[in-house]
Design a protein around this ligand. Structure first.
Ligand code: FE2
Length: 398
């Protein structure tokens, strides 16, 4: 059902410039290639960009939603000239951007693009999730570049388009350093539930976005730094499976991190003396069994529904009840047909029964485990607990 609306690799670099990248200096830095595609014909489109550290890059998504008399942008991404042109094309057909929604309190990757996106659409009303915070300094919203005079707070000052959208909250959850709060909404015309991080779907096929630049996949498909980057279907799938393990567990169990001698041994060899190959520096050694670990997260051809381990173990380890209640709320949404999260696969075919089955499986297994690939995340959580930076009991009573 998806059809590609972007001009892919033919887009000049100048159209993909993102000058604000030093605020969150992540790969691919100042050049953001974007994939714009239709998710649900005439109703929902996706603008996808890569973001990550050291080629551990995962797609982030802004959804463009058709509402009466115009469009709504949900979960901002970098509004490069390429992105603005793609939206302008949709505006010509469906009407102007009327609403921009920042549906997350913690997602910097969506927060930082909000001010320039709001400036690009000066007539649009801006809605933000409540309790916005900035780190390390608690800056007032005006200083963060949010246009206060046309900005409203979700829930506290109403909801945008309540006659077309049904809103549900995941959170708020006090995390010590800041708070987690995500506002999802069901677009009733299409039956699509727009989400941020709360639920994702993972599949073995690499996202189409990597067709614009497969370097991160090919980089991680190798076993050693001195191996040149080679392109092929198998390499892309292997690289993607490893990125999924990195992004979900940060340091999965079947991964050894090499010492300096091991890293330098493979560097500056012929074939890898290029910045693209990081001059042969590759500090990872994948151990036997990594494929099984990756397969457990990803579906085959259809996306596997997940609460991302990094979210479960670092945000919700002591807030299982809050998470399950949110799922129950989603199950009650009438006419639910699709999930459109801000990461990974979309649209994911869904129904109340599917969500109920997913919730029951969660209830039947250990929540936020600490063994195997979860150990590194568990160690981080324990460290933050010991320092008193995260609360022991973040859930409101009741
Ligand atoms: Fe996210």
């Amino acid at each position: 059902m998806a059809s590609d609306l972007s001009a892919a690799n033919s887009v000049p670099a100048a159209e993909q410039q993102w000058p604000w990248w030093p605020l969150l200096p992540l790969y691919p830095y100042g050049r953001r290639r974007s994939l714009v595609r239709c998710l649900i014909p005439g109703q929902i489109w996706s603008v996808e960009q890569l973001q990550g550290v050291y080629y551990v890059a995962v797609p982030i998504r802004m959804s463009v939603v058709r509402i009466r008399h115009g469009l709504m942008l949900y979960a901002p991404v970098a509004p490069t000239r390429e992105v603005r042109q793609a939206i302008a094309e949709l505006e010509r057909e469906h009407g102007p951007v009327r609403t921009i929604v920042l549906p997350t309190t913690s997602g910097l990757e969506h927060k930082l693009p909000l001010p320039p996106l709001a400036r690009a659409f000066p007539e649009a009303e801006v809605w933000i999730s409540p309790g916005q915070w900035s780190f390390p300094l608690p800056l007032p919203e005006a200083w963060q570049g949010i246009p206060r005079q046309r900005t409203r707070v979700l829930g506290e000052e109403g909801w945008p388009h309540p006659d077309e959208l049904t809103w549900c909250d995941l959170g708020p959850l006090q995390l010590g350093l800041g708070r987690f709060h995500e506002c999802s909404c069901l677009h009733r015309d299409s039956g699509a539930l727009l989400l941020v991080d709360g639920l994702v779907g993972l599949e073995a096929t690499p996202p189409q976005l990597f067709d614009l630049d497969p370097t991160p996949l090919l980089f991680h498909a190798r076993e050693r730094g001195e191996q040149p980057l080679q392109d092929g279907v198998e390499q892309r799938r292997r690289g993607w499976a490893r990125l999924v393990l990195f992004a979900n567990y940060l340091r999965p169990a079947p991964l050894d991190v090499r010492g300096a001698a091991g890293v330098l041994a493979g560097s500056f060899r012929r074939g890898v003396r290029r910045a693209e190959a990081h001059f042969g520096l590759y500090p990872f050694a994948w151990q036997e069994g990594w494929q099984i670990e990756a397969e457990a997260l990803m579906g085959g051809d259809a996306p596997r529904l997940q609460v991302a381990p990094v979210l479960e173990r670092l945000v919700f380890p002591r807030a299982r009840r809050t998470y399950l209640r949110w799922l129950e709320e989603l199950e009650r949404l009438p006419g639910l047909r699709w999930l459109v999260p801000a990461h990974y696969s979309a649209p994911i075919a869904c129904s109340s029964e599917m969500l109920a089955g997913f919730r029951q499986r969660l209830e039947g297994r250990t929540w936020a485990p600490s063994d195997g690939s979860w150990a590194f995340l568990a160690g981080l959580d324990q460290g933050l607990l010991n320092l008193g930076l995260v609360p022991k009991d973040p859930e409101p009573a009741g």
